[in-house]
Design a binder for this molecule. Structure first.
Ligand code: AGP
Length: 612
């Protein structure tokens, strides 16, 4: 997945393009490049590595041009080199293309184009589109949009493409299939981008492009058609957040800022959800009482951190609503024969709303008749658009690659759904719902309390920076928290980390414990099954084998055998993940900083994974 931006207007295009790329760098940072359309030729500069390399290469050398396209890359086909960086040009050097996604039939296209005399410079799938468009544009008498419409008909895969030609420098043409593209409507200038963050400093008016639609922008206006050239009326909307939400606001890293934004994100996601009659307000679910009573099974589909939120959904929904919940990695779902039908409610969880694995799984479930409900943090992204209903989380833009505030709000969203279903099927009374909701409204202040006292934890973390492996133990809802703690540490600190269910320890993982191995145990609380005692036994077991044990425990809990205890406020058992996750995020953050890693842009990763 990559970041794409296009500009056409009166400004010197290099400025909005570079600023746009800065806001999109979270989408990929293997290389960056721009094409500027000067009246007779294209100026291209591209560099492997982060955006700063492109900026250094540009210095003051960029010519004045009033339109151009820019790209930041997460490498798929072809390594992260200057040559494979986008834009890719045709053999005349007059047509440039940038691309997010994968052209699945590029090998065949390349062979055909090479047989017609085209010479390729890179190993990318994208370059085949530059050559193809070049031929088609000539065939269409210089009409780039017509060429794009025809080109797309012969492409397979998922993609957003932008193209520009030196002979019509003001015109930028874009298209999208299974990959995002938004149009920014300015005053005498227009923008194209993968995400509104790229142009929010210039305009808050946007148009979302539909599947297989082709858009043309010039300074004067935009036009949209389907692939047959039929005009499409743009649906304009107003971007509701401010550009300051996508800036660090005095924090050293976006991740740290986002960790500290969690109390507000949780509070915002809860806002207005309980009616005066003690009913969870969920009108956007579009489910009647009959629909809910007809649900036989819920299947949660998600990836990575969102999958961990899905695991928590199982505990909450089964407990409160008594409906069977399966949680499945979206990337695996459609490769077996999943049993879903019209009585299945599928919940697709995704911060970005663009994760290809989740999207494909959702489509598969939909084709089997299931009703799809998305939990998403990004307005009008593809997953909500393709779902029957959407529950938006209100975390605000999450820029750091490592998900933090989105995770907590996803968990809140599944709690709300669980309570709503439970109330509708008559398993919880209004009074019980009100009490649980009240407990949830206490969570932001409790997160705040944890964040006010993280300094000793940060110091403690630094003492473990030389460790090669960290294990996380949890039970019940603490198990997904352990998995999340391990995922955060892997992606940020590049350390071996694994999360285990405490009870599984003796079935194999305990062999990993060596003298000095750090083990972080989340002590369950508020359970009727005495799970805390079982975890305390697990702690003794690892300690006896030389582990250094850090325990996350609620205030007042009796902890034996720990080298360090991190105290968190108490809450009902099911709400524990909202609190217990926070110290683990801080642990991973501090470890990454101590080890000198790039916190917001960890190696090999990108924020939203728009390829399968
Ligand atoms: C977590 O820190 C990750 N960066 C990653 O696991 C992420 O949660 C996953 O790729 C799913 O993304 P989504 O929520 O945007 O679908």
């Amino acid at each position: 997945m990559c970041g794409i931006v296009g500009y056409s207007g009166p400004q010197s295009a290099v400025t909005p393009l570079i600023e746009g790329l800065r806001h999109l760098e979270y989408r990929g940072y293997d290389s960056a490049g721009i094409a500027l359309a000067t009246p007779s030729k294209l100026f291209i500069e591209k560099r492997a590595g982060k955006l700063i390399n492109l900026e250094l290469a540009l210095g003051n050398s960029a010519p004045i041009a009033h339109s151009g396209i820019g790209h930041t890359r997460w490498a798929t086909h072809g390594g992260p080199t200057d040559r494979n960086a986008h834009p890719h040009v045709d053999n005349e050097g007059k047509l440039a293309v940038i691309h997010n996604g994968i052209i699945e039939n590029y090998t065949q296209l390349r062979e055909e184009l090479e047989s017609r005399g085209h010479i390729f410079e890179s190993e990318t799938d994208t370059e085949s589109v530059s050559h193809l468009l070049s031929d088609l544009r000539k065939a269409h008498g210089g009409d780039l949009a017509a060429a794009m419409r025809e080109a797309v008909k012969s492409l397979r895969g998922s993609f957003t493409l932008l193209a520009i030609h030196a002979d019509a420098p003001e015109v930028i043409v874009g298209v999208r299939r299974n990959s995002p593209l938004v149009v920014g409507l300015g005053n005498g200038e227009n923008f194209l981008a993968s995400d509104v963050a790229a142009f929010i400093d210039y305009t808050k008016r946007a148009v979302e492009l539909g599947q297989d639609q082709v858009v043309t922008i010039t300074p004067e206006g935009i036009s949209i058609t389907d692939l047959d050239g039929n005009a499409v009326t743009p649906r304009e909307y107003e971007i509701t957040w401010d550009s300051s939400a996508a800036q660090k606001g005095g924090f050293k890293h976006f991740m740290l800022k986002e960790i500290f934004e969690q109390p507000k994100a949780v509070a915002d996601t809860l806002l207005g959800r309980l009616s005066a009659e003690n009913k969870i307000q969920m009108d956007e679910l579009n489910l009647t009482t009959e629909d809910i009573r007809a649900i036989k099974k819920i299947v949660v589909l998600a990836c990575g951190t969102a999958f961990h939120a899905g695991m928590i959904a199982k505990y909450a929904i089964e407990k409160w609503a008594g409906i069977d919940v399966e949680v499945e990695l979206a990337s695996e779902f459609r490769y077996r024969d999943p049993l879903v039908d019209r009585n299945t409610l599928v919940i697709a969880i995704s911060q970005s709303g663009e994760t290809m694995d989740t999207l494909m799984a959702l489509r598969h479930a939909k084709s089997s008749g299931a009703r799809i409900l998305a939990i998403c943090n990004t307005n009008s992204s593809t997953i909500p658009r393709e779902s029957d209903a959407v529950l938006y989380t209100h975390a605000g833009p999450e820029i750091a690659v490592a998900s933090t505030k989105a995770f907590l709000t996803q968990i809140i969203a599944v709690y709300l759904i669980g309570l709503h279903l439970a109330q509708t099927v008559g398993r919880l009374t209004g009074e019980e719902v009100r009490e649980l909701f009240y407990e949830m409204t206490e969570l932001p202040a409790k997160i705040e309390q944890i964040l006010e006292t993280v300094e000793p934890l940060r110091e403690l973390t630094r003492g473990f920076a030389q460790s090669t492996s960290v294990l996380f133990l949890g039970r019940h809802v603490g198990f997904p928290v352990a998995l999340e703690g391990a995922l955060k540490l892997k992606e940020l600190a590049y350390m071996h980390a694994e999360g285990f269910a405490g009870g599984e320890l003796k079935h194999g993982p305990i062999a990993l414990i060596e003298n000095g191995t750090p083990v972080i145990a989340i002590l369950p609380f508020g359970h009727e099954h005495g799970l805390d005692e079982k975890m305390l036994s697990n702690i003794q077991e690892v300690k006896a084998r030389g582990a250094r044990v850090i325990v996350i425990a609620q205030e007042g809990a009796n902890v034996v055998g720990a080298e360090h205890v991190i105290r968190i406020p108490s809450a009902p058992a099911l709400f524990q993940p909202i609190l217990a996750t926070v110290p683990l995020q801080v642990f991973a953050y501090e470890m990454a900083v101590t080890r000198g890693n790039d916190v917001d842009q960890p190696r090999n990763l990108a924020k939203s994974v728009t390829v399968e």
